[in-house]
Design a protein around this ligand. Sequence first.
Ligand SMILES: Cc1cc2nc3c(=O)[nH]c(=O)nc-3n(C[C@H](O)[C@H](O)[C@H](O)COP(=O)(O)OP(=O)(O)OC[C@H]3O[C@@H](n4cnc5c(N)ncnc54)[C@H](O)[C@@H]3O)c2cc1C
Length: 559
Amino acid sequence: MTMTTGISSIGTKKNSINRAKVSSTRRTRRVRAALSSSGSKGSNFVVRASSSSSSPSDDENNSLGIKDTIIVGGGVSGLSTAFTMKSKNASCDIMVTEIRDRVGGNVTSKNDGQYIWEEGPNSYQPGDAVLKLACDAGMKEDIVLANPDSDRYVLWDGELRALPKDIPTAVLGDFLTWPGKIRAGLGAVGIRMPKEEGKEETVKEFVSRNLGEEAFQRLIEPFCSGVYAGDPAMLSAEAATGRVSVLENKGPWPGLFPGALKAQYEGAKKKKENPRDPRLPVIEGQTVGSFKGGLQTLPEGLAKQLGEGIVKLQWKLIKTEKTEDGLFSLTYETPEGEKKVKAKSVVFTQPAYVVADTVRSIAPEAAKSFEKFYYPPVASVTVAYKRDAFKLDGRSALPEGGLTGFGQLHPRTQKVRTLGTIYSSYLWADDGRCPKDEFMILNYIGGARDVEIQKLNEDELVQAVHADALKTILKPDTPLPKKVGVRMWSKAIPQFNLGHWKLLDEAKELLKKEKCSEEDGLFLGGNYVAGVAFGRCVEYGVDQASDVLNFLDKQRRTV
Ligand SMILES: Cc1cc2nc3c(=O)[nH]c(=O)nc-3n(C[C@H](O)[C@H](O)[C@H](O)COP(=O)(O)OP(=O)(O)OC[C@H]3O[C@@H](n4cnc5c(N)ncnc54)[C@H](O)[C@@H]3O)c2cc1C
C-alpha cells in the first residue's frame, strides 16, 4: 500500500466585497437546499441497483464503503463527468467531492438582489456539448444567448476598432493596413515560410509566420490576453490553439485557408450524417452564452440533479492511498468529521498544483511534474456607471445610453493595463443583472505578463480599471464607478505554454509507473487537461464519463 498526504489549499484567494459574502452565503444555502430537496438518497436519477458494497468493519472505521467512482472537484469538469455517468448508467455508484461550500469552481456568479455579476468566466461559446448537457439537465429554458450581431472591439492607436466578422469586412475594413491585409491574405492561402521541422512553435511564431506580424499584433495577441491572460511568446500554438494550428496542414495544400475550407466541408458532412439534436437552440452568428442568473446556474442545476447523496460539499481530501487489492482509498475532512471512502476509480479535476499534493506520496515524481503547470494571477473587477457616462464614438448608441457590443480587448502594446472589458449590461440586457439607469462592465486585469497585479487591493484595482476606461470608453471627468464585485484569482488560468502536452504526458507516465494510470482507474480531468474554455471543460468531462464507464465495465467483466 502506498500513501499520500492531501491538500489544504484551493489556490484562489477570496477577496470579495461584503455584498459578495452575503450573496455567497445565500447561494450556499440555496445549493444545500437544492441538493437536499432532490430525494432521500439525494439523486434524481432512477437508481436500478447499487453496485456499492461496504463491510461492517469499514463502517466501524467511518468508511462509506466502495464507490464505483469518486470525482474530486465540483467545477464544470467534474460535474459534467458525474452527470453524464449517471445519465448513461443510473446504477453506477459515484460521489463528487468538493472542498468549497458551493459547486462551480471557477464559475462564480454573485447576486446581491440588485446586481448579478460573474467573478470567474463571463460566458461560453455555445457549442453543442454545453447546450446538450443543459437540455439533459432540464435547463434549456435557462440558456441565454447574447445578440449575435454584437461587435468585439480591439484597441489600436487610441481607437476601438470592431473585429472583422467575415472575409469581406476583413478586406474592406480598416482593421488591418493594406500591407497587413496583403501579407495575411497571401499567408492564409499558403504563401509563407513552412514550419521548421520538429519545432514546437509559440502562438506568436505560428501566427506571425502564417499571417504576418501585423495580424498577430492586432488580432491574435489581444485574444491570448483575453482567453488565457497569457503571453503569446510562451503559449504553445499546438497546445493553446490546437484546432487552429492543425488547419495549416489539413487542406489539399498547406495554409490556414485551404485547411479551414476542408474543416468546414468535413463539419457540414458530419452534420448531415449526424443530424443535430432538435432540442438544442439554434445558434446564430458569433454569439456567446450564459444562463439565467449567471453561469453558476449550470453547475448548481447539475448538482441538484445529482443530489446531496452524491455531491459532497466542504469535503477536503487529506489523504490518497492505494490498497493492496487495487482500490483507491481517499480520506476526507468533512463537516461531520473524518471520512474514508474507497473507490474502484477516481477522476481528479482539481487544478494541477492541487493534484500535485494529492498524488505526492503515491507518485512523488509525478507530483513534481504537476507542480510545473503555471497559473498566473488575474483579477475580475465589476463596476457600474451611470448610463450617460460613456462616449459612444464609433458605436451605435443605445437609446437609454451605455455601450453596444460584446466588449473590448487591449493589446499589450497599447499601454492599457486592463486586459479586456465585457459589456455585461448589454450582453445580458434581458436578464435584469443591473439597475436600468446604470451600465455594468466586467474588467479582467493581470495575467502572465502582469503578475504584480496581486499587490493591488480592491480599491486600487477599481482605480486601475477606471483609469483605463477613461482612456477608451468614458467621458472625461467621469467619477469613480460603483464597485460591484472584485475578486483576485491568485492562480487563475493554466497556461498552455511550450511543452504543455509533453509535461502532461510525462506526469501520466510517472503515474503509470506507480500503477495509477487510466488502466488502473485514475483519470485526470479539469481545464489543464481539457483546455481552458468552459465549453471545452464540459465537452471533455462528458467524453470522460464514457471512458470511466468503460473502465468499470471492463473491470466488472474481468472479475
Ligand atoms: C478569472 C477567470 C475568467 C475566465 N473567463 C472565462 C470565460 O469567459 N469563458 C470561458 O470559457 N472560460 C473562462 N475561464 C476558464 C474557465 O472558467 C475554467 O477553465 C473552467 O471553469 C474550469 O473548470 P474545472 O472544473 O476544470 O476547474 P475548476 O473550476 O478549477 O474546478 C475544480 C474544483 O476542484 C475543487 N477542488 C480543489 N481542491 C480540491 C480538493 N482537495 N478536494 C475537492 N475539491 C477540490 C475546487 O474548489 C473547484 O471547485 C475563466 C477562468 C478564470 C479564473
